[in-house]
Ligand binder design. Structure first.
Ligand code: FAD
Length: 539
């Protein structure tokens, strides 16, 4: 990987002294052990972390940035640091100090009437979920599959996707507070106007909309954000569609498009392949694979049969009044009529009854497969209602020797890369993209764990996992090569990734492009000393 060097060598010792005065010595760590812990990664690349500082307020962040500029020390901000599969806490270049914002974890405000929260960067999905539960607020948050310990602000800044109608998470932001490279504080929209009550309800303010400057960028350190929540609907149901024939994926995608566009299916719809679902149930079956690194077609089919997994399965949320849900379910069934798929619509009561029955059977050691199926379904359905779960973290352990339950894939040494090319929401494009990507996985010796995320009715991300054995250097190199090959091939075919791993930014960004030249001019204006995350989404 290439590093973007600051203009002069950093004076780390001087910065560490400043940082200790600003945050307290207990929150500054330049020890080899501290650095080693922060460097634990799921990525096949490495960058050298110089140290870690943990401020507790926006004022401390501003002072640290001023000290960083004075000592030419690059800072790499992370909010909760669970960017698993995208480089974790590793900066895009060497010798950067991780600015860990985890101590800034206040939920500043939740407004039930107007359905929003204002949070600091260290707030996790689990924390906000528990907060809403504890106060018995009739609000749902949008959450990702990354579990309760993953964050809100860090994910939104990466323009990550969740599972509810607010799943295009960056569009549910209103009001960002960020510290710029000169130590000044910028509040976007109306969030800076003391007298204004609309900072977290009306996202634009007057003049240019600057919020986008802080997403997938290195132009500021975000210290606060207004995030919209969803009023708990009167009724909810999950539509699960089992698709046995891959040839039907294109037609399914086409027939769902009008339903996504007109709001019948208001949430991000996910269609996962069997390998993705298998990886949630088990690790790669070394013994049965007979020395192969990928599942053979026969073994894959046998595992699917044993575990009751379909080649593809879709989950979508239906929200509204009971009547609206009945109407949406009917429209979905009509839309998919004639295709060889099985549709199940599960209301909250149906699922609860199924869970109870399955638990009972499981206790008597009957129907264990059914229990696991219902467990899978209830985790997926929980996400559609904004309930964070660790269930899907198991997928990161596909090539890992063990499969712990309280999972942290980076600490546990999993090898994981996500890549997600974006396609128009058209069946022919999805067929083309799958035909491009799947053989590249096979050529590099990896199982293609895939999910189609139907983002907004107009675009679909093919969210693809490369799971590798991080202890095997050959396999790790193959994973890096597989990632770069797929990103390049997909870009050349017109399907660019919506997000990049930190170690792959330099190779995917062309500094000669006018777009990136404009970004460089913005960088020079907002962070003249170039101390915020050099190389992150930047030439
Ligand atoms: C099983 C599994 C499922 C997953 N499911 C999803 C999913 O459904 N959707 C999804 O999007 N991702 C998913 N992920 C990927 C990833 O784990 C999440 O995106 C996670 O939320 C990112 O980590 P974080 O929230 O701790 O953000 P952080 O790691 O804190 O931040 C991410 C990056 O944003 C930048 N940044 C963070 N905070 C700031 C700040 N305050 N100011 C400026 N820049 C900042 C930094 O460069 C940082 O590296 C999944 C991962 C796994 C292993």
């Amino acid at each position: 990987m290439s590093a973007t060097d600051p203009k002069q060598p950093p004076d780390l010792a001087a910065f560490a002294e400043h940082a200790a005065r600003i945050c307290g010595a207990a929150h500054v760590d330049f020890s080899p052990a501290g650095i080693a812990a922060a460097s634990r990664t799921t990525a096949p690349w490495r960058s050298l972390i110089a140290g870690i500082v943990r401020p507790s307020s926006a004022d401390e962040v501003a002072s640290l940035i001023t000290a960083a500029a004075a000592t030419a020390t690059p800072l790499y901000p992370v909010s909760t640091g669970k960017n698993w599969g995208y480089g974790d806490r590793l900066p895009a270049g060497d010798n950067q100090v991780v600015l860990d914002l985890g101590r800034m974890n206040r939920i500043i405000e939740v407004d039930e009437t107007l359905a929003y929260a204002v949070v600091e960067p260290g707030v996790t999905q689990g924390q906000l979920f528990e907060h809403l539960q504890a106060r018995q607020l009739a609000l749902w948050l949008d959450c990702t599959g990354a579990g309760p310990d993953a964050g809100i602000i860090g994910n939104i800044l990466e323009r990550g996707f969740g599972h509810t109608p607010l799943g295009d998470r960056f569009r549910a932001v209103s009001g960002i507070e960020a510290v710029l490279g000169d130590g000044s504080v910028l509040r976007t929209g109306f969030s800076g106007a003391e007298s204004s009550a609309v900072g977290a309800t009306y996202p634009y303010g007057l003049g240019p909309v600057l919020d986008g400057l802080f997403s997938q960028s290195n132009l500021g350190v975000v210290t606060r954000m207004g995030v919209w929540l969803m009023p708990q609907p009167e009724a909810f149901a999950a539509a699960i569609v089992f698709i046995d024939d891959k040839a039907v994926i294109g037609p399914v995608v086409d027939r769902l498009r009008p339903l996504r566009l007109d709001g019948t299916l208001p949430s991000v719809v996910h269609i996962a392949n069997d390998l993705r679902l298998l990886s949630g149930r088990m690790g790669f079956p070394q013994q049965r694979a007979g020395g192969e690194r990928c599942l053979t077609a026969e073994l894959r089919a046998a595992l699917n049969r044993e575990l009751g997994i379909s080649p593809w399965a879709m989950s979508a949320g239906l929200y509204g009044s009971r009547r609206q849900i009945r109407a949406s379910a009917a429209r979905l069934k009509t839309a998919l009529k004639g295709l060889p798929v099985r549709i199940r619509v599960l209301g909250g009561d149906t699922l609860r009854q199924a869970e109870r029955a399955a638990r009972l059977l499981n206790r008597f050691k009957i129907g264990r497969g059914l229990y696991r199926q219902i467990e899978d379904a209830s985790a997926a359905i929980g996400l559609l209602q904004g309930k964070p779960t660790r269930h899907f973290l198991k997928g990161a352990y596909w090539r890992h020797p063990t499969m712990p339950t309280g999972a942290d894939p980076a600490l546990d040494g999993c090898g994981l890369l996500w890549l997600a090319p974006v396609s128009p929401h058209r069946g022919q494009d999805i067929d083309r993209l799958l035909a491009l990507v799947e053989p590249l996985y096979a050529r590099h010796g990896f199982d293609a764990l895939l999910t189609l995320s139907l983002l907004n009715g107009r675009a679909i991300a093919l969210v693809s996992t490369i799971a590798f054995n991080a202890e095997d250097q050959v396999e790790a190199r193959a994973a890096a090569d597989c990632y770069e090959t797929i990103v390049k091939a997909a870009m050349a075919a017109g399907y660019p990734p919506y997000r990049l791993a930190s170690g792959a930014m330099a190779s995917a960004i062309d500094p000669k492009e006018p777009y990136w030249q404009a970004v460089a001019r913005l960088k020079a204006a907002l962070d003249p000393a170039g101390v915020i995350a050099p190389g992150r989404y930047a030439p």
